[in-house]
Design a binder for this molecule. Structure first.
Ligand SMILES: Nc1ncnc2c1ncn2[C@@H]1O[C@H](COP(=O)(O)OP(=O)(O)OP(=O)(O)O)[C@@H](O)[C@H]1O
Length: 255
């Protein structure tokens, strides 16, 4: 089966520093794949290249066989690549439900309009509630967004990302900045999305227990290069990975 997303020799240099270096990466449709690597390995830069926030110096990106290397971030989202925490725009003074409803309307290509038909408004609202229940935030639907706890805001951002209905979800450290108590709730949300079985998910995370719990495959980046790619078991038993990353250099403080 052809991969849904594929990079060939993907490279970006900042001045003399090559942050992503000839990376050949593939992910299959509906696969759950994680990207790991020590701080500064190039993970976020790699996501920025996939989502179009950064333009590659060399190499290319294929989405369903189509070369998207030169497309803008908006065009990539329209094609089906959704990136967490960069495309979302939470309005702090609107309710949780209103925020997700706006994302649903934006996906449907409809701007907010006082005259919009009541029935379509209702259907947007219902769809928004569905996304909220998928992230277990339906009980907070009427809370003003700025009053949510940090972990709940992350759930709201994920609901807004889901509302864009992209086939691929790029999740960049969804647990970053969370308290230990908030992490299991986000893990449940991601498991719930995975359970639906209709999205390809690529996750950057430092928390190895979470990676091992969720991933079908893992890509390891190190110094901008792809060090290894395989099943969680293969990665855990890979000597190069152990030496370079899991053994000594892994930043335990981030886990
Ligand atoms: N806009 C930029 N200009 C210059 N250097 C950059 C830029 N963005 C990233 N870098 C450098 O590229 C390298 C990779 O950074 P990146 O943030 O992608 O790593 P990461 O694997 O996501 O790290 P972390 O786990 O800490 O988030 C780092 O050395 C970083 O300093």
């Amino acid at each position: 089966m052809e991969p849904i997303l594929q990079t060939s020799d993907l490279t970006i240099a900042f001045g003399g520093h090559i942050a992503v270096n000839k990376v050949n990466f593939t992910v299959k449709e509906n696969e759950f794949k994680s990207i790991i690597g020590p701080n500064g390995a190039g993970k976020t830069t790699f996501f920025n290249l996939l989502s179009g926030q950064l333009q590659a110096s060399e190499g290319n990106i294929l989405f369903k066989g189509e070369d998207i290397t030169k497309l803008s971030p908006t065009m990539r989202t329209r094609k089906g690549i959704g990136r967490s925490f960069q495309i979302t725009n939470v309005f702090p003074n609107l309710t949780v439900l209103e925020n997700v409803r706006l994302a649903v309307q934006s996906q449907a290509g409809v701007r907010y309009n006082m005259l919009s038909h009541f029935l379509s408004f209702r259907s947007f609202q219902d769809k928004a509630l569905e996304w909220l229940s998928m992230v277990f935030l339906d009980e907070k639907a009427n809370v003003i967004a700025k009053n949510l706890a940090h972990g709940e805001k992350r759930k709201l951002e994920i609901a807004m990302l889901l509302a864009l209905e992209t086939e691929i979800l790029l999740l960049d450290e969804p647990t970053a900045g969370m308290s230990i108590e908030e992490v299991p709730a986000i893990l449940e949300v991601i498991k719930n999305i995975k359970k639906q079985g209709n999205r390809t998910i690529v996750l950057i995370e430092h928390k190895m227990d979470m990676i091992l719990d969720l991933s079908e495959s893992i890509t390891v980046l190190f110094n901008g290069k792809l060090l290894a790619d395989g099943t969680p078991e293969e990665i855990m038993n890979n000597e190069t990975v152990q030496t370079a990353y899991l053994g000594g250099l892994y930043d335990e403080s981030a886990s």
